[in-house]
Structures are given as structure tokens and as C-alpha cells.
Design a protein around this ligand. Structure first.
Ligand SMILES: [Zn+2]
Length: 485
């Protein structure tokens, strides 16, 4: 495993030497997967982005796109001692592979490569073209990697050119007493709102009633007193997850099960369910738009009134909402306080009228870094691509697992949970309607694949990893045989 860190604020590709870490990684791929490199066409997009094309015999079929990312998050130097095996060793102890990236997302990348190298060694020739896209800065927004790969594919393949895309994301685990696989069919959006107050400076021995910091505090308290209301759309992916869990989760409390099932037809039951969801931290984060005040700054010294104070509120936007809706909501939320404190008010570049007369100071809210992201388009949950993926997950699980006979895997569409950022697929929206964030990792137990993601002792269980490779192989074969995609 090659040492490589995704860090904030990377410089341009040809200037920042940290990018050079991918050179030995590419050499590693070249020597480890010789059949791939003698058979597939490789294009390096923006130097380190890897785009492999495996020609199919029938050019009329839309290609299958498999995605993964090469980069990993850094290891905090203060935690190196806590690792059971060195974080960049790739040490295999006979049961687990240890090291940063062993789960997120080298397992995906190497899993895809292993699957294809094996298929090539058996003489398999695809009917449907298979394309691989490996970005290299997913952990820091994918600006150099996936964005460029997306642009390249859009101009070389065109809009809606792919049958489906499968990228990192959901896995399977036990929920409500049953095993569920949850492919991500959507992702929440993102907006960081910077809230900034400006007011006259002066000596603190003659202070006004409210300083910039005091006014900012009032605004922030108002934010927290007004969480986004949760609405439960029957067409939303998370609602579909709940329906599936209610139908198949053996341990689900019968009252909750009834509430979920009844809510399909009864508005009264839907209202009750909304209350249940609102009281549950995880469910409400999945359904709704969240807000978290994550940064604050203001003031210079105790004898000077602060001329400026600011904070940043992080929003993860519900799949049924939009950046515009969040901007309008936050703008309206703070308006009466701007009036109360007699501040001019600018929201996302537009002046908000707060009455005539001279103003004491200013309130400005804005997209903090210009990185707003709309919620992803929702992949159809009743389409052929979804059916093919779902069948592939079941076939992989059933063929190789030795769970007790009654154990079955259920496939429920869902969204990526809050503990991950947005995937590279944000740059692939135009390439197909059918985007799935799923790599069949066992997310369920202490021996599962995804241990230590983004923290110490990241490691991968070898059996879980092999099952992941079987998943990719089955997916390629199923997509190859399907005439429905
Ligand atoms: Zn990842």
C-alpha cells in the first residue's frame, strides 16, 4: 500500500510535490495487474486520474462504469503509536490487511482491478464495454481527479452514455435483526453558511448594549432554537429504506413496523412517523436538512470592541430539498434579528430590506467557500439497473456465505449516511441516471471490512474483501448478460 495523504488545500498538480506519491502507486498497479495493462486502454486524465476502457464486442450497449478513488485521508502523527501495525505497511496477518486505505477506498480500487485481472485470466471477453474511473482527491472534494475525469467522460462518451455507475458507498449489515444491503441511490447536498456581523469599533469602557459578538451569539442561538423541520416524502430513498426494514426486519418493534407500513396510505400514520423520526438523531439526519455551527471567530483584545465576528453553519441538505431552498430559509430565519439590531442585511449577494434609516452595523450571510452542492439526482429505484444491482447483491451473498439457512439478504435503497462526505459521483451526474454508491462491504461486525475508516487501525477482513471481489465479478458478468440495461 502506497503512502498517500489527502490533505486540505493541495496545490496544482505540477507544483505540489505531494501529488508525486501517485507515481509509485501507478507503478505498483502496472506490475500487479499485467493483463489489465496489456488489454485495457489506459488514459491518464489530469496526470493522475486513471481511466481504463475494456472494449466490448457490442458497441450498441451502454458501458458499465466502475469507480473508486486512489487517495486516502492522512494519519494523525500523534496516533501512529496506537496502530496495531504501521499505518502504511499494508501488513497482512493472515486474517486482516492493515493500513490506511485498506477499507476506504483501496479495497474498492484493488477489488475492481483484481476482479478484472481474474476475468481476463479466464479468457473472458465482455460484450458490454466496461470503464473504470479512479480519481485521486476524493477526500478533498475531487476537484483535480473526479471533476476532470467527469469532464473527460462527458466529452468522450456524452450525456447519459453509461448503463450504470457503481462507486464506493453502502455495504450490508444487520439491522432490526435481519441483514440489509443498502445501495446509495442519492446523496444529500451541502452548504456552509458564513454568518458575519460588522459593527463600529471603540473602547470597551463605553460599550453599546450589543457587540458584534453578542449579536452573532443571538443569531446562533436563534439558529439552534429553529432546527429544520423534518418532512417525510413518500418518494424519498430513506422512506424506501424504512419500508424495506419494516417488511423484513425481524426484530423491529411491532408498533414501529405498523406505523411505517400504515403510513403508505394513511396521512395520520405518516404524521406519527414524522414524530418518531424527529425524535431519532440518526433517522432525522437521514431524512432532513441538518445544521451544525462548526466555526466561530471574533474579537481581538478585551479593551477593544470587536468590529467583526463570524461563524460558519454547516448544512447537509435533504435529498428532496435544494441549495436555493436552504438559502431562502436561512435568509428569512435571521431577518427579524437584523431588524432588531438595526443592521443592514445582505444574504447570498442580495440586499435584504430591513427598513429605512441609518444602520448601526451589518449582517452578511454567504456561501462560506463557494462549495455549495445540490442533493444528487435520485437514481430510479424501480429501474432495470436497480434490479440488476439488487440481484447481483443477493447472488453474491447467497453463493458464498454460510449463515444459518434462514438468513437472507434484503436489498433496500438508501442514502449515504452522514459520516461520509460526498462521493466522486457528484461529477458524474450527467453520465447516467443510474448511480449507485455501493461496494458490498460488510459493515456489520467487529470483523467487518470497514474498521477504522478515517481513524486508527483501519483494516480489512480478508474474507470480506474476497466477497467484495466476487461482487464486482458478478456485477460485470450480470451487466454483460443483461439486454435490459
Ligand atoms: Zn472513500
Amino acid at each position: 500500500m502506497v503512502r498517500r495523504c489527502s490533505e486540505g488545500s493541495m496545490g496544482p498538480i505540477d507544483e505540489d510535490p505531494r501529488w508525486l506519491a501517485f507515481v509509485p502507486f501507478h507503478e505498483y498497479l502496472l506490475t500487479s495487474f499485467p493483463l489489465i495493462h496489456s488489454t485495457l486502454k489506459l488514459t491518464k486524465v489530469n496526470t493522475y486520474g486513471l481511466l481504463y476502457e475494456w472494449e466490448g464486442t457490442d458497441a450498441s450497449l451502454k458501458p458499465l462504469l466502475l469507480a473508486a478513488h486512489q487517495d486516502v485521508v492522512p494519519v494523525d502523527p500523534r496516533t501512529v503509536d496506537e496502530w496495531e501495525h504501521p499505518p502504511f505497511s499494508g501488513y497482512f496477518d493472515g486474517q486482516r490487511i492493515w493500513g490506511r486505505g485498506s477499507s476506504d477506498d483501496k479495497s474498492g480500487l484493488i477489488g475492481i482491478m483484481s476482479s478484472i485481472e481474474t476475468l481476463l485470466s479466464t479468457g473472458f471477453k465482455p460484450t458490454r464495454k466496461v470503464v473504470l474511473a479512479f480519481g485521486f482527491d476524493e477526500e478533498v472534494s475531487g476537484l483535480f481527479g473526479a471533476r476532470k475525469l467527469g469532464e473527460y467522460m462527458l466529452s468522450n462518451f456524452g450525456e447519459d452514455a453509461f448503463a450504470m455507475i457503481v462507486d464506493e458507498g453502502g455495504g450490508f449489515s444487520e439491522q432490526y435483526g435481519s441483514i440489509f444491503a443498502v445501495p446509495g441511490v442519492a446523496e444529500k447536498g451541502y452548504l456552509d453558511v458564513r454568518v458575519e456581523i460588522g459593527s463600529p469599533g471603540g473602547h470597551s469602557s463605553v460599550p453599546p448594549d450589543h457587540t458584534s459578538i453578542g449579536m452573532l451569539s443571538a443569531l446562533l442561538v436563534h439558529y439552534e432554537s429553529n432546527p429544520y423541520p423534518i418532512s417525510i416524502a413518500r418518494g424519498s430513498p430513506v422512506y424506501a429504506t424504512l419500508q424495506c426494514q419494516a417488511a423484513h426486519g425481524s426484530d423491529m418493534a411491532s408498533s414501529l413496523r405498523k406505523e411505517i407500513i400504515k403510513s403508505v396510505k394513511s396521512d395520520k400514520a405518516l404524521k406519527k412517523l414524522r414524530k418518531t423520526v424527529t425524535d431519532d438523531l440518526v433517522l432525522r439526519s437521514l431524512f432532513g436538512t441538518t445544521q451544525a455551527i462548526d466555526l466561530i471567530s471574533g474579537g481581538v483584545k478585551t479593551n477593544a470592541l470587536p468590529e467583526q465576528a463570524w461563524a460558519v453553519v454547516n448544512h447537509r441538505i435533504a435529498t428532496q430539498s435544494s441549495v436555493g431552498e436552504i438559502k431562502r430559509h436561512d435568509t428569512a430565519l435571521l431577518e427579524h434579528l437584523a431588524t432588531k439590531f438595526n443592521l443592514s442585511y445582505t444574504a447570498f449577494g442580495e440586499e435584504v430590506y430591513t427598513g429605512s434609516g441609518a444602520k448601526y452595523g451589518s449582517l452578511q450571510i454567504s456561501d462560506a467557500w463557494g462549495t455549495a452542492l445540490e442533493p444528487a439526482p435520485i437514481t430510479p429505484m424501480d429501474g432495470e439497473a436497480y434490479k440488476l444491482l439488487s440481484g447481483t447483491i443477493k447472488a453474491t451473498f447467497n453463493a458464498h456465505r454460510k449463515f444459518k439457512n434462514s438468513e437472507e439478504i434484503q436489498v433496500a435503497p438508501g442514502i449515504m449516511t452522514g459520516n461520509t462526505g460526498n462521493t466522486d459521483t457528484r461529477y458524474y451526474w450527467k453520465l447516467t441516471q443510474n448511480i449507485f454508491r455501493y461496494n458490498h462491504h460488510n459493515a456489520g461486525s467487529g470483523r467487518a471490512l470497514g474498521n477504522g475508516v478515517h481513524t486508527v487501525n483501519e483494516s480489512t477482513d480478508i474474507d470480506a474483501f474476497l466477497e467484495m471481489i466476487r461482487f464486482f465479478t458478478t456485477l460485470i458478468l450480470n451487466a454483460d448478460e443483461s439486454s435490459q440495461l
